[in-house]
Design a protein around this ligand. Sequence first.
Ligand SMILES: [Fe+2]
Length: 210
Amino acid sequence: MQKYKFSCPVVKSKLKDYKSINQKLLKFFESCEGETVDIGQGYRINDLEFPDSFSKLDWRHCNNYDREWVKYFLPLLESELTHMIYSMSYQGIKFRGIWFQQYKKHNTHGWHTHAENFTGVYYVQLDKKSPNTEIVDPFNNRKIRRMDVEEGDLIFFPSFFIHRAPPLLNDTQKTIVSFNFNVTKPIESSYKNFYHADYFTRIRKRLGWR
Ligand SMILES: [Fe+2]
């Protein structure tokens, strides 16, 4: 088996006015419908896998775009994401689920993947002592990268990347918004300028493809 290495970034940006956005989101999350998932009994720090547990989440409603917090937050998110995917030569976003997750002491989200093209995380509440999102390098699964993120940061990465929220071991609360999305098409001017037929011909030759 051979693996051809292509670069694929985890893209990060920060929302403007994130402090007031986060305050509003936390108020929405406090009063809105959600559920607790607590199957974290008996977890051990040395376990490689932890049962998932959350203090509150609304994942079951992830495709309901009429939720109050989603109506408030989605336009802000879409505006920044449009800018971010443009930098990767894509345009058009189709959201495929959005939900929030809150963690308290001993809560965790074990190694998992998502569906669709990309998965995003927006950090609403993240204490400096909280362990950040970890992602497995798809080219070398012994390499695990802890993301350098803080409150107000928005990141996205291909949905097949294996990632997790490590167990929260202190008394802080962590809150994130998670979402999946597809990009609908590449930016024509980008591939006309940079990815024209000659470029692909050269790449194919270099890789020995016909
Ligand atoms: Fe995830």
